[in-house]
Design a protein around this ligand. Structure first.
Ligand code: TYM
Length: 329
């Protein structure tokens, strides 16, 4: 079985974008791959976050992984900071990266272009840590939303660079993206990504939103004045986004939804999508609450860290020998 790995940063409440672009893929792949899914808590401190909030986000994220259907019997679920090899290889990858290539990373570029102040050195170098996350496990595939593709490409370059400079050590990973839902957009500005850090709460559906509120957000989503139901992301980005959400959650092809709605209005379509989102969230949150009651999270993380460390420790020992940190061969 090929190995696959991915992670999510516990910086804020998880969105429907995270579910569609990432988590739903993980669930789908758990039967076909040897899957490693982690919580990227070391990435979460690249922007200031209170310890209390980070702790809560971390607990929510692991419970949401489980509630979404990730089965700890099939998937290794763990916390990044429990496996010390991530930080160790992260440093080596930082030293393998060039300033120029990190300056080209869009996330960093966007923040600097917006004139944001207080950008940490960690935010600048985090793609190096992300490369380490992937390369430590010899992951062949990395399921992500399109916004992370560039980072996986950096991991590929760093793997090749290391293999070339020392000798064959790392598998060169490939990003895997879903065909429908690589990027879910803000409900209020469908040219922008739906994001954990969005300032307008009406634009984002959080996985832990009250389902009634989520339904209202769908009903007030920005569309257009064309009044025709068709899938045209360029000219009708808001409608295309809603159709994508409905298609993924209701598991119905976009064309089938479009043909059911010929001659009908946006209001009717939004009503159906609102109901789909309502049902999806109600079901997910019931499972989430159940998992919290059973307190299984600690156990899952403990076992996950043990399994992940087994692989990661071996790999970092090999890397330490190759770079010359270990003085006995
Ligand atoms: P993060 O936490 O920002 O996002 C987690 C995953 O969700 C996807 N995603 C989306 N997909 C579709 N539409 C959206 N609106 C949307 N918003 C987010 C992201 O593409 C991602 O797949 N650096 C990573 C976490 C990470 C990681 C890794 C991922 C750290 N190490 C190693 C893979 C492998 C991040 O910040 O993702």
């Amino acid at each position: 079985m090929d190995r696959m790995l991915s992670g999510i940063k516990p910086t804020g409440r998880l969105t429907l974008g995270n579910y569609i672009g990432a988590i739903s893929q993980f669930v789908k792949f758990q039967d076909q791959y040897e899957l490693y899914i982690f919580i990227a808590n070391q990435h979460a401190i690249t922007v200031p976050i209170e310890a209390k909030e980070l702790r809560q986000n971390t607990k929510d994220l692991i419970a949401l992984y489980l509630a979404s259907g990730l089965d700890p019997k099939k998937v290794t679920l763990f916390l990044q900071s429990d496996v010390s090899a991530h930080a160790k290889l992260g440093w080596i990858m930082t030293c393998m990266s060039y300033m120029g290539e990190l300056q080209r990373m869009t996330q960093y570029k966007d923040k600097t272009a917006k004139g944001e102040t207080g950008i940490t050195a960690g935010l600048f170098t985090y793609p190096c840590l992300m490369a380490a996350d992937i390369l430590l496990y010899d992951a062949k595939y990395v399921p992500v939303g399109i916004d992370q593709k560039q980072h996986v490409e950096l991991a590929r370059n760093l793997a090749e660079r290391f293999n070339h400079r020392y000798s064959d050590t790392f598998i060169v990973p490939e990003p895997v993206m879903t065909t429908v839902g690589q990027k879910i957009y803000s409900l209020q500005d469908p040219t922008k990504k739906m994001s954990k850090s969005e300032t307008n709460p009406k634009g984002t559906i959080d996985l832990l939103d009250d389902p009634n509120l989520a339904r209202k957000k769908i009903m007030s989503a920005v569309t257009d004045s064309l009044g025709v139901i068709q899938y045209d992301p360029e000219n009708q980005p808001g409608l295309a986004n809603l159709l994508t959400i409905q298609s993924v959650l209701a598991k119905e092809p976009i064309e089938a939804i479009v043909s059911r709605y010929q001659g009908k209005g946006y209001g009717e379509l939004k009503k159906e999508i609102g109901q789909t989102v309502y049902d999806f969230l109600s079901d997910l949150q019931a499972k989430y609450r159940d998992i919290q009651d059973k307190k299984i999270v600690d156990q899952v993380l403990l076992e996950g860290a043990k399994k992940a460390s087994l692989i990661a420790d071996k790999k970092i020992a090999k890397v330490y020998r190759k770079v010359g940190f270990t003085i006995t061969k």
